[in-house]
Design a protein around this ligand. Structure first.
Ligand SMILES: Cc1cc2nc3c(=O)[nH]c(=O)nc-3n(C[C@H](O)[C@H](O)[C@H](O)COP(=O)(O)OP(=O)(O)OC[C@H]3O[C@@H](n4cnc5c(N)ncnc54)[C@H](O)[C@@H]3O)c2cc1C
Length: 227
């Protein structure tokens, strides 16, 4: 049974879904937006994190820049820190949503299939929406990558950085951080601040940094954990 119809459905209410919806509204198309606004930033980014993108690159795109970070500062009547703390960015995202995309349906999309005149979008409660166009803005959550050696370790002792918004649970524990990018460096610092004994970091720098950072030839600790 089809519950409703929309010209455009936007899947995801993170920064990109909200930006796409804001521009579609400005263009005269009122999209149906599904998702919990900013929930990836709230639940999968560490507290205390600072944005890595510059001030200029961190505003969520809106028509005429009406809902930029600078406008948000004006709304608050105070200056935000640079780089922007995660907590401020989350609050900014919610403000953006209220201003630019006031109607967001806080439901998950379960399935999208071809329909007679476009697509049928099935929601988690079993209802459906017919849509002519779909914008997928579902983010990075399903792309967390765990290298093969860690498959052999019990879930209780291995986690991905995106599993943590709070490092307090590492207090007093010995932690091996694997990786050489921003998330690894930041997680090592945050775990250490939370009271963990951060053993060492195995560097596998992202391609862009490979010429600047020499990887340590440290597969050995991974194999020791796995033994
Ligand atoms: C540790 C870390 C730090 C980062 N720092 C920065 C930074 O400083 N600056 C920067 O620009 N970028 C940064 N990024 C990248 C950042 O994730 C993206 O820029 C931004 O969040 C992408 O926005 P998005 O809307 O595409 O995805 P997300 O913010 O992930 O939002 C996707 C939304 O879609 C929803 N969703 C997913 N599937 C469904 C479904 N089936 N039904 C309904 N809703 C669904 C999710 O719940 C989520 O709310 C960082 C990423 C990480 C992991």
């Amino acid at each position: 049974m089809s519950a409703s119809r929309a010209h455009v459905v936007v899947v995801g209410a993170g920064p990109y879904g909200l930006a796409a919806a804001a521009h579609l509204r400005e263009a005269g198309t009122d999209p149906l937006v599904f998702g919990e606004p900013m929930d990836y930033w709230e639940r999968n980014m560490p507290a205390g994190m600072l944005l890595r993108s510059s001030w200029r690159a961190s505003s969520i795109s809106s028509p005429g820049d009406r809902f930029s970070l600078a406008q948000y500062e004006r709304h608050l009547g105070r200056r935000l820190d640079r780089p922007v703390p995660r907590e401020d960015f989350v609050a900014y995202g919610h403000w953006f949503q209220r201003q630019a995309v006031p109607e967001v349906r806080r439901q998950r999309v379960k399935e999208i299939r071809a329909g007679d005149d476009g697509f049928v979008v099935e929601l988690d409660d079993g209802t459906t929406v017919d849509a002519r166009r779909i914008v997928i803005a579902s983010g990075l959550a399903t792309f967390a990558w765990r290298p093969a050696p860690f498959d052999r370790l019990p879930a209780g002792v291995v986690s991905h950085t995106s599993d943590h918004s709070d490092f307090a649970g590492f207090d007093g524990r010995r932690v091996l951080v694997v990786g050489g990018g921003q998330s690894a460096v930041e997680s090592a610092a945050l775990a250490s601040e939370a009271g963990a004994d951060v053993l060492r970091r195995i560097e596998r720098p992202p391609e862009a940094h490979r010429r600047r950072v020499q990887p340590s030839a440290a597969r050995e600790p991974v194999d020791r954990c796995a033994a």
